[in-house]
Structure formats: C-alpha cells, structure tokens
Design a protein around this ligand. Structure first.
Ligand code: CTP
Length: 148
C-alpha cells in the first residue's frame, strides 16, 4: 500500500455515518497526516440543492473529534470545484475520494492537473447501503408510518 505524508479528503459529511468513517479510516491508513476539507453550507444549498441537517460549524466539530482526523478545514465552492486552489491553500501529496467520484468530469480534470505536479489521487471503496440521502429518506419513511 502506498504511504503518503499529507492526505486530504473533501466532502459534506452531513449526518455523519459509518460510510464516512470507513472512508476516513482508509485514508488515515494511507497517510501520516489527514486533513478533512468540509464543504461549506453554501455549496450544499447552491450546488447540491440540498439543505444540510448539520451546519458547517457542527460538521467541522464532529469531524475534529475523530482520532483518525488530524485537521479539519472549511472549503469554499471555488476550492471544491478547482482542487488546485485547495492544493495551494492546504498543500498535500494525495487527494482521497470515495470511488463514486471516479470517472466524473471534475475528478478527470483534477487527475490531469495533479499528474503534472506529482500529486496523487486515490479512490477508496464507497460503502454500499448507506448515505446521508438514504438516512434522510429512511427517517421520512418512518415519520409517514408513524402518522398513519
Ligand atoms: N462516502 C463513502 N461511502 C458512503 C458515503 C460516502 O465512501 N456510503 C464518501 C464519499 O465518496 C465522499 C465522502 O464519503 O468521499 C463524503 O461524502 P458525502 O457526499 O458527504 O456523503 P454521502 O453520504 O454520500 O452524502 P449524499 O447522500 O448527500 O450524497
């Protein structure tokens, strides 16, 4: 397994769940220092067109309390969409992502940009059967059943 000095991973991490934990544990197993870049509330509402359940300060606090996480930083829409800006602000030698992003136009472009700079991208297995969206839907389903 490749070992990196500083790794970073980017995400919303709303309603923190075991899929998130699996990802972060896998990242930490591959780097000495793990930075988690947390998407700002504006990104969730304006770009993902969703309403975060936990605001960015709370998402940051929850992630900061994890022993596999060394540093948590908030990221802007611009930094999420252009990972070169992220690299400039928080230098790292590997960007980790769940493999649900592999092949997406944004990550393909980032792979090309990073290759020139000697920065790696590692895709880690996405945990099947759980996501923030699934949790929200499950809770909505339960609420409807309770109302009947
Ligand atoms: N992730 C994962 N396995 C899951 C859910 C998320 O590996 N079951 C990873 C994603 O690939 C990403 C990071 O966790 O690298 C943050 O994902 P995020 O979008 O915050 O989580 P989701 O639960 O997928 O949220 P949503 O349902 O809103 O898309």
């Amino acid at each position: 397994m490749m070992m990196y000095k500083t790794g970073i991973t980017v995400g919303v991490f709303d309603l923190f769940h075991v899929g998130h934990l699996n990802l972060l544990e896998s990242c930490k197993a591959m780097c000495d220092y793990l930075i988690v870049a947390v998407c700002c509330d504006d990104y969730v509402t304006k770009i993902k067109h969703k309403q975060p359940v936990y605001n960015e300060q709370d998402r940051i606090r929850l992630l900061s309390a994890l022993k596999v996480v060394d540093k948590v930083v908030p990221v802007t829409i611009e930094e999420i969409e252009n990972k070169l800006l992220l690299l400039k602000k928080h230098p790292f030698d590997c960007l980790f992502s769940g493999d649900d992003w592999k092949g997406s136009p944004r990550y393909q472009k980032t792979e090309e940009q990073f290759a020139k700079l000697g920065v790696s991208i590692e895709y880690l297995p996405y945990t099947k059967g759980i996501s923030t969206t699934q949790i929200k839907n499950k809770l909505l389903g339960q609420k409807k059943t309770e109302e009947v």
